[in-house]
Write a protein of this length. Structure first.
Length: 388
């Protein structure tokens, strides 16, 4: 019992320490908290003296975290009519490019990946349209082993890093030459845009959990928990209308649907801490599920092909998106912002927007990522059922 309590405390408190270190140490900040937590989790998980008899505890913790974290993060996905203007062509180009590259990658690498190829294709789909939270949701939904999830998400962080470096080094200039790019005004306007975007990046780097030191912040936490309980409860009731074998798919997709509906209500729109609280639960999930990975069970050969599959999807989807954007007459900067938002996730959009010196694509780019985040679970589940 004591070892279980200690283990839960380690999983819950370590992310806070890592976040603090990432803010204090620039090198660790560049690596990012999730990758560090994965490494720590794998180390913890392969220490026999701390893990004996605790696998069930870890499984219960990971299974409980996603249904709570998912609605918290989706509460931040309120969409307005104004935010949807002018983004549909870019969104269609991005989603079609990703889905097409998934099927091409499955045809090339699926037979080498092994029996989990449909599940891996689904997880990649969710991740490249919605991020880690969607991959985690699909892992739970499809009952994918922890080792596979940790391996695939680690590969995703590596390949996404390479992709982002490519864009910032010469990809932006290359795509601007190939795609028509609209004028962004005079030098003074460009400088003003640069300052405004940089201010947003600085604002985004501030500690979002500082509000928890105040009574007002904790008051919001309780309201977020009530909203989560309502969404989870409604999703649970929805599962009663379907056969028992459909419980997990209906439960996860039901939570997503009710959370998206709630996101557009006035009370939930005021819950500004919901995304960051959900993200902290994902940090706990990351170290916990990594600790469930037994490195002796990893299949190196299948892991190599899973890496190639993921690498193929990210870079081929980028190429396809460029071609489709040319056909659909999507602006170069909008295409880049959309691609980054889908593949790297919306928090990376201000960085690439700053590099492009074009604030006009900031909100549309983030909006595309929010839509992709909302669709990720549905798309992943749909593709899995097509491939099995």
């Amino acid at each position: 019992m004591v070892s279980k309590i200690i283990l839960v405390l380690i999983f819950c408190l370590t992310p806070a320490l890592i976040l603090r270190l990432c803010n204090k140490v620039p090198f660790l900040g560049k690596i990012g908290p999730i990758l560090i937590l994965y490494i720590l989790g794998v180390i913890i998980g392969n220490l026999p003296w701390i893990n004996e008899g605790n696998y069930g505890l870890k499984e219960t913790l990971t299974n409980a975290l996603i249904p709570v974290a998912l609605p918290m993060m989706l509460f931040a996905c309120a969409l307005t009519r104004d935010s949807l203007k002018g983004i549909f062509r870019s969104l269609i180009a991005g989603l079609v490019a990703i889905i097409t590259s998934i099927f091409l990658g499955y045809w090339l690498f699926g037979r080498h990946v092994g029996t989990q190829a449909p599940e891996i294709a689904a997880l990649i789909t969710g991740c490249e349209t919605g991020g880690t939270i969607n991959m985690a949701s699909l892992q739970l939904l499809l009952n994918v082993p922890s080792e596979t999830f940790v391996m695939l998400n680690s590969y995703d962080m590596l390949v996404c890093f390479l992709y982002f470096v490519f864009l910032l080094s010469f990809g932006i200039r290359l795509f601007r030459k190939f795609l028509k790019n609209k004028s962004h005004g005079d030098d003074a306007a460009k400088a003003g845009a640069k300052v405004e975007v940089n201010e947003q990046i600085i604002e985004g780097n501030k500690n979002p959990y500082a509000a928890l030191k105040t009574a007002k912040g904790w008051g919001q936490v309780w309201r977020i928990l009530v909203a989560v309980i309502i969404c989870v409860g409604l999703a649970f009731l929805l599962t009663k209308l379907f056969p028992k074998g459909w419980f997990m798919p209906i439960f996860i997709l039901g939570i997503s649907t009710f959370a998206l509906i709630a996101a557009n209500t006035k009370p939930v729109k005021k819950l500004t801490l919901s995304y960051d609280l959900g993200l902290y639960l994902i940090y706990i999930f990351s170290i916990t599920i990594a600790s469930m990975a037994d490195v002796t069970k990893l299949n190196i050969r299948e892991g190599l092909y899973a890496f190639l599959f993921l690498f193929f999807v990210i870079f081929v989807s980028l190429l396809l998106q460029v071609i489709l954007s040319k056909l659909l007459k999507v602006d170069a900067d909008m295409m880049i912002a959309t691609s980054v938002s889908l593949i790297n996730s919306p928090p990376f959009v201000p960085i690439v927007v700053s590099a492009m010196n074009n604030k006009k694509v900031l909100v549309p780019g983030i909006t595309v990522g929010i839509i992709g985040f909302a669709l990720g679970n549905y798309l992943g589940f749909f593709i899995y059922n097509l491939l099995i």
